[in-house]
Ligand binder design. Structure first.
Ligand code: SPD
Length: 381
């Protein structure tokens, strides 16, 4: 069930909101909002608006279906201020949830989605994504080199890279005095961690991590390797508190959990707010993901969708979003605007030697069925 964008009143959210408020003041000061429609940010370039095409001007309400915690109120408010377009956001907790909803026809009002890398390829194959009209986009040239033609969507024909990050372990260093360095820590310390650890509720990430712990690729398709990973995960299952991608923060802060497998974008804010919680990228390797913005073929109000993409492509907007939400940006120009403190944050921007050990998640074709079968078995066991 998609949730409307709003942070709940949890312990984490209360502290986070303070940071978001500070961030929003800086963001508003930096962007220099204008009341004029389509005077977007500080850019000297004028994004080709719908007014310059045959389409009707962008207006009305833009419905976006995105990851939980990805688009905050500030971003939506700035966009509405700049364009006059209202934004309504529903959130999902995994690529698979989003795909299932779209395939079931439940996403007909969404103009924009935020699939990750492998899901972009999969959705292109399924004919679900609109080929982007590059003449209506401004700022794609600002992408860092490796996102100009990513493997999951060569030349960004159907997707705009929005954010990237890693997946790792966030742990309570006051209690776990021996720091985890690799995935095997979970099995080796399953007695201490019993019912006090969570793994992501994300088939490809969690199966990938277990495959990696066995020395295999995150993207393994060999049935024997998948069976081995399934057995290893099954062995750990009784020690897991749950599979959970979002909403673990309160349990971790209160001590009910000692360790969680998390996306960096969720783990870094906790570690910055409370240095007792540390984020670690497992030594043997992890996932390095890119989340994107796409327009589904079923999208209404495509004009407004292009406005949103162009708004987010602006380096200033991208930089401000990084400062509030803590994901790494593929926007090279935005990087030049970030503080040295953020650039030096090795969890946010890991050094190349660490990234070299990480893998992007890729489509696995027919092996998808095996992943799903094992995932259903392990999560329902
Ligand atoms: N708050 C949004 C977190 C999304 C992280 N990206 C997920 C990548 C999955 N492979």
């Amino acid at each position: 069930m998609p949730r409307r964008l709003s942070r709940n009143s949890s312990l984490f959210s209360r502290t986070s909101r303070r940071r978001f408020l500070q961030g929003s003041v800086a963001a508003l000061a930096g962007v220099g909002l204008s009341n004029c429609r389509r005077t977007i940010g500080e850019t000297t370039e004028t994004p080709p608006s719908a007014d310059t095409t045959d389409s009707a001007p962008a207006s009305g309400t833009l419905h976006i279906y995105t990851w939980a915690d990805y688009t905050d109120d500030e971003l939506a408010a700035q966009f509405t201020e700049a364009t006059g377009i209202e934004v309504k956001i529903d959130v999902y907790d995994s690529n698979e949830t989003m795909l299932a909803k779209m395939q079931a026809g439940g996403g007909a009002n969404y103009s924009l989605l935020y699939p990750s890398d492998y899901m972009v390829t999969e959705m292109i194959g399924l004919g679900m994504l609109t080929e982007l009209d590059k003449s209506r986009l401004v700022g794609l040239d600002k992408m860092r080199e490796k996102w100009k033609s990513p493997v999951y969507d060569e030349d960004n024909t159907h997707s705009i890279p929005y954010s990237w990050g890693t997946t790792g372990l966030l742990y309570n260093s006051e209690v776990l005095t021996t720091a985890p360095t690799d995935w095997d820590y979970l099995w080796d310390n399953s007695d201490v961690l019993s019912r006090k650890m969570t793994m992501l509720d994300d088939v490809r990430e969690t199966m990938g991590a277990v495959l990696s712990s066995l020395g295999y690729s995150y993207n393994a398709t060999d049935p024997a390797q998948l069976e081995e990973a399934y057995q290893k995960l099954l062995e750990l299952k009784p020690s897991l508190a749950s599979f959970k991608s979002f909403g673990w923060q309160d349990e971790l802060l209160s001590g009910d959990l000692l360790l969680s497998m998390v996306y960096s974008v969720e783990g870094i804010p906790v570690s910055l707010e409370n240095p007792n919680f540390k984020y670690v990228i497992p030594e043997s390797g992890s996932s390095v993901w890119t989340d994107t913005i796409v327009i589904p073929t079923s999208a209404p109000n495509v004009e407004a969708a292009y406005e949103w993409i162009n708004f987010n492509l602006q380096p200033q907007v991208s930089k401000d979003t990084v400062e509030r939400l803590f994901f790494a940006t593929p926007n090279g120009e935005a990087m030049t605007m970030l503080s040295q403190e953020l650039l030096d944050n090795k969890n946010l921007f890991p050094p190349e030697d660490i990234l070299a050990k990480c893998e992007g998640i890729a489509p696995v074709g027919e092996a998808n069925a095996l992943y799903d079968e094992y995932w259903t078995k392990v999560t329902s066991a």
